[in-house]
Every structure is written in structure tokens, then in C-alpha cells.
Design a protein around this ligand. Structure first.
Ligand SMILES: [Fe+2]
Length: 271
């Protein structure tokens, strides 16, 4: 018997939400998913996750939403974070940060721990070293959990691979997000941990990281502050399907996917 998990890449703006709405149900059926985990810190206009959007995403079939450096951008979400255990913030932020960094769920009578972590590379705020922090956390989680899944919000693929090698055999999967570019390195490592540097995005691929390139070019050409706008062309749900042996906690397989969805820009939308 096995547990099947879908990891979805960063949801970018309304186009990302529409992609989930149109594509997630069939994807869950195809992979017989027991659990869906998505990175949602770019859901609201690409920067943060508004409370209402989090409610919508849960209704569409996502079980756990993870964050990163942008999770605290929307004040109404920060208020509910301490009460909503299904929205995770990086566990290696200061313990005084709002919200929780992991959640333990029961699936097929097994305890499945989902952990959100952030890398030491690429971000400017205070966090604990992900390697030593995971030494501490895996010791705690092993007492209660049969399966440990880590969603690593990482500024570099090198740090993702380094952490994955460090944790190989101690966790079931380490899956990266943040760059919004899907990588071609999905594999099960020597001691049974499924790894992929980055599961990409849910949103437009004809874009700059899911954003309308026109505004991103303007930003780089002028250095003036300019709001980003989601792009709508060629939307995809990107991610990975991981199968874990529920008895051993070892990963049996990982398969990356790119699912095209026929998302249309709303009529009359001038952005
Ligand atoms: Fe990020």
C-alpha cells in the first residue's frame, strides 16, 4: 500500500487560481492523490496570500498551503495563521513568527507530517540553518510520524540538493519551490527520499515568472516601482506526484507533470 501526494508549484495570481479550478480535479483523479500540497505565497496578485483566496483554494481541493518569504504580505492572513494549521509558514523562521511550520495529518491510518522550510540562500530575513533545524525537527517528528514531507522554499537549486542529500533516508520527500521554473531533476535518492529542486508554477508559462512581461520589462528598464500583473497565456498546472510506501516511509516514485489548462483572461480586464 502507498500514499500518493501531489505537490503543486507556486500559484501565481488569478490565472493560477483559475488553473487550479479548471485542472486540479482531473489531476487528483489521474494520480489517485491522497494529499495535495501547494505553494500559495504568490496567489494574491503575485505577492502574498489573501485570506479569501486561501478559502477558495481549500474549496478547490488543496489540503495544505505553504509559504515562503512573501507569506506575511497580506495582513488579513497573518491574523488567521495562528488558528489555521493548514496554512504553513516556514518552520525555521523565528519561533515568535505567526503561524505554524508543520502539520501532522492522518492518511490511511498513518501519520503524515508536512513541513514548510525556507533556504538560507536568497532571502534577507532571519531564519535558522535548514540543515541543523531539520536535525532538531526530524527527531521530534519521527516519534509521531510515519511519513515526513518537506516543502522547501529555496533561493537556489544547490541548497535544495544539499539539504536533500543531508536528509536522504530520514524524510520521504523534499520538494522545492520559489523560482517558479520547473526543473528536470525529479528522482528518488539512494536512501529513499524523493527529490525535485523546483516544481514550477500554476499559472502562465508565456510570461516572466507568471507575470505579464510588459510590466516586468518596464521595471527593469526604469527602476521605478511598478505593480506586477499576472499573465494569462498558456496556463499550466506544474508539479510532481510522489508515491510513498506507507509502511517504510520510503519514496517509491516521483513523476513531474505539466498540465495545460484552458484559462481565459476575464472579459473587460484591462490589466
Ligand atoms: Fe518565494
Amino acid at each position: 500500500m502507498s500514499i500518493k501526494i501531489l505537490f503543486l508549484g507556486e500559484i501565481v495570481g488569478r490565472a493560477g487560481i483559475q488553473s487550479i479550478k479548471l485542472g486540479l480535479k482531473s489531476l487528483k483523479e489521474r494520480y489517485s492523490a491522497d494529499l495535495v500540497i501547494a505553494n500559495a505565497e504568490g496567489t494574491t496578485n503575485g505577492f502574498g496570500l489573501g485570506r479569501q483566496h486561501s478559502v477558495q483554494l481549500f474549496k478547490m481541493g488543496i489540503d495544505i498551503l505553504t509559504g515562503g518569504e512573501k507569506l506575511f504580505f497580506k495582513a488579513d492572513l497573518v491574523e488567521v495563521l495562528p488558528k489555521n494549521g493548514n496554512i504553513l509558514r516556514p518552520a525555521n523562521l523565528p519561533p515568535t513568527s505567526p503561524g505554524k511550520g508543520y502539520r501532522i495529518l492522518t492518511i490511511k491510518d498513518k501519520k503524515v507530517a508536512v513541513v514548510n522550510l525556507i533556504s538560507s540562500s536568497g532571502f534577507r530575513f532571519s531564519m535558522q540553518n535548514p540543515l541543523t533545524f531539520m536535525d532538531y525537527l526530524t527527531d521530534i517528528l519521527k516519534k509521531d510520524s510515519d511519513v515526513i514531507l518537506v516543502q522547501f522554499h529555496s533561493g537556489t537549486t544547490a541548497e535544495s540538493a544539499t539539504l536533500a542529500h543531508y536528509l536522504d533516508g530520514r524524510i520521504s520527500a523534499l520538494i522545492g519551490t520559489h523560482t517558479k521554473a520547473i526543473t528536470a531533476d525529479a528522482h528518488v535518492m539512494a536512501k529513499g527520499t524523493a527529490f525535485m529542486s523546483d516544481v514550477g508554477r500554476c499559472g502562465s508559462i508565456m510570461s516572466a515568472g507568471g507575470f505579464n512581461p510588459e510590466f516586468e520589462i518596464k521595471k527593469l528598464m526604469t527602476a521605478l516601482p511598478e505593480r506586477s500583473h499576472e499573465a494569462w497565456e498558456m496556463c499550466e498546472l506544474q508539479g510532481a506526484a510522489v508515491t510513498v510506501d506507507e509502511e517504510t516511509g520510503k519514496a517509491l516514485s516521483i513523476e513531474a507533470f505539466r498540465e495545460s489548462v484552458d484559462v481565459k483572461k476575464p472579459e473587460g480586464d484591462v490589466r
